[in-house]
Design a binder for this molecule. Structure first.
Ligand code: SF4
Length: 251
């Protein structure tokens, strides 16, 4: 049954609910933090669990606008759901175009999550092209801090994390309590491969970022994203040449 309370559950309640959700979806990690070899729920089942246990207004979906599969899957069961897009000010025009197309065709509410400083203000106050000199700080200012603030209004968020994206994600859980942001995190497509994702997108006629067909298999800010070569991890093109593979959001 969907909850209708206006206040957010507290941390203890959310931790208990995350554990119950993992058990319900057969997605509990073992004692070493390894994911189940088999038996985890499908993406639709994971989303159904959220739809049955949370009020729509307490649910958010994160989307980088590389594709529209996650918001499409969630909107099937939670029409009108908030979809958070981290508008860093550094996106490719193709990504912004995909955001607009996704907002147009899906029954969702796209929310641009903005940093406190514009790019021009950041250049003036901190230094030009911070992404080149200190990408960790740049990500903190333009992604981490705004997202953390935005997620304070929700009890659960969906992300598109998949285990095949990089070695940093091979043990990503389907449902967990997110220690960074202090709410429940659900990764419905965590078991899917990139090919499964693309097949779903194509068979459902969903908008897709045109850069995907140019080898950009994981798309972030323009200065920090390059296409990947055949056989490389999808995320190998993020912060290439730097000792960084995650912005910190999914640690
Ligand atoms: S991905 Fe690059 S440009 Fe975007 S916030 Fe991080 S460092 Fe800055």
């Amino acid at each position: 049954m969907t909850t209708t309370t206006t206040t957010l559950r507290d941390e203890q309640q959310l931790r208990a609910l995350a554990a119950a959700g993992a058990a319900h979806l057969h997605a509990e990690l073992d004692a070493e933090g390894r994911v189940p070899a088999e038996g985890e729920a499908s993406p639709a089942e994971a989303i159904r669990w959220v739809a049955e246990n949370f009020d729509l207004r307490k649910v958010a979906v994160a989307c980088s606008m590389a594709d529209a599969v996650l918001p499409a899957l969630v909107a099937e069961q939670l029409p009108g759901v908030d979809v958070l897009f981290l508008e860093t000010g550094y996106h490719f025009p193709e990504t912004l175009g995909t955001r607009d197309a996704v907002a147009h065709v899906l029954d969702i509410n796209v929310v641009d999550v903005l940093p406190e400083l514009t790019v021009a203000e950041q250049d003036a106050q901190i230094g030009k092209d911070l992404f080149a000199t200190d990408p960790t700080r740049c990500c903190a200012i333009r992604k981490m801090d705004p997202l953390k603030k935005s997620l304070e209004g929700y009890e659960v968020w969906f992300t598109g994390v998949r285990r095949d994206e990089s070695w940093t994600r091979t043990n990503a859980p389907m449902v967990t309590f997110d220690e960074t942001h202090k709410l429940i995190k659900v990764n419905p497509m965590v078991r899917w491969t990139l090919d499964e994702l693309l097949e779903y997108s194509e068979s459902h006629g969903l908008p897709v970022n045109p850069l995907m067909s140019e080898g950009y298999l994981s798309i972030g800010c323009a200065p920090c994203t390059r296409p990947v070569a055949p056989g490389e991890d999808p995320r190998a093109g993020r912060w290439a040449g730097k000792n960084k593979i995650e912005c910190g959001i999914h640690l």
